[in-house]
Design a protein around this ligand. Structure first.
Ligand SMILES: [Zn+2]
Length: 237
């Protein structure tokens, strides 16, 4: 099982474009493998897994969920798409919050022993680190509006998540490298990182237990998103 976050631009030009990249990943996994990609949306309209475009996930992820046979989960903002024997399990319904807890697509990739491939992106794009935050029960939580459908009617619901700028997720490079748990190489022009989801999440949980705010920018860096996450701790007291 492979969960892939990509920047197609970083990979470089390919004949037939991102479809060739998707085909290559499918070939590498073989028929027993399950390929998973994020297919998150902006939450500004009722989510339809068959038509709502992804938001900020890159062209490869946007094309992936549209391929024949690919399933897509139903979270109104934080859906994932999957293809292969475990796709149905990955995409089964989940609670609205947290979007990336154990009972979510990234949680199932973690529990099923899946790997994570970062292709042309770094750990700041690595959603599974939010799973580590959920497991470690970090003290911050920010709510964002998201349109959900209840009894056929659209309404806005506030969804709580461990949101911040995610830049400090890059610390995971050092943690994994120090333990020899991350393979790195080139795919086309892109830097690629490969690790087991369980290695990544377990190492991050260990770090979060030592310092629950390790992923938030220090206050003096004046990062608006991380300051907001920090303020949520005070608000909850
Ligand atoms: Zn920040």
């Amino acid at each position: 099982m492979l969960l892939v976050h990509t920047s197609f631009r970083a990979v470089g030009s390919l004949e037939r474009g991102p479809i060739t990249l998707i085909d290559a990943l499918r070939t590498a996994l073989g028929p027993q493998g399950t390929l998973v990609m994020p297919s998150m949306t902006d939450g500004q309209a009722v989510f339809d897994p068959f038509s709502t475009p992804t938001h900020g996930m890159g062209i490869t992820a946007e094309l992936f969920w549209r391929q024949p046979g690919v399933l897509r989960s139903t979270h109104p903002g934080a859906s994932f798409a999957a293809l292969g024997p475990q796709a149905e399990w990955i995409c089964k319904p989940q609670p609205l919050s947290p979007p990336h807890g154990l009972d979510s697509p990234v949680g199932r990739v973690y529990e099923l022993g899946g790997q994570i491939l970062l292709l042309g992106v770094g750990h700041s794009e690595n959603t599974s680190l939010h799973l580590a935050e959920a497991i470690a029960r970090v003290p911050y939580s920010v709510s964002h509006p998201c349109v959900v459908e209840v009894d056929g009617a659209a309404r806005v619901e506030m969804i709580a998540e461990t949101d911040h700028c995610c830049r400090r997720f890059r610390l995971a490079d050092d943690w994994l490298r120090a333990r020899g748990l991350q393979r790195e190489g080139k795919v086309g022009n892109a830097d690629a990182r490969l690790c087991r989801s369980s290695d990544l999440v377990d190492v991050a949980v260990e770090q979060l237990k030592a310092d629950p705010l390790v992923f938030l920018c220090p206050h003096e860096e004046a990062c608006e998103e991380c300051d907001q996450a920090c303020a949520s701790i005070v608000n909850r007291r």
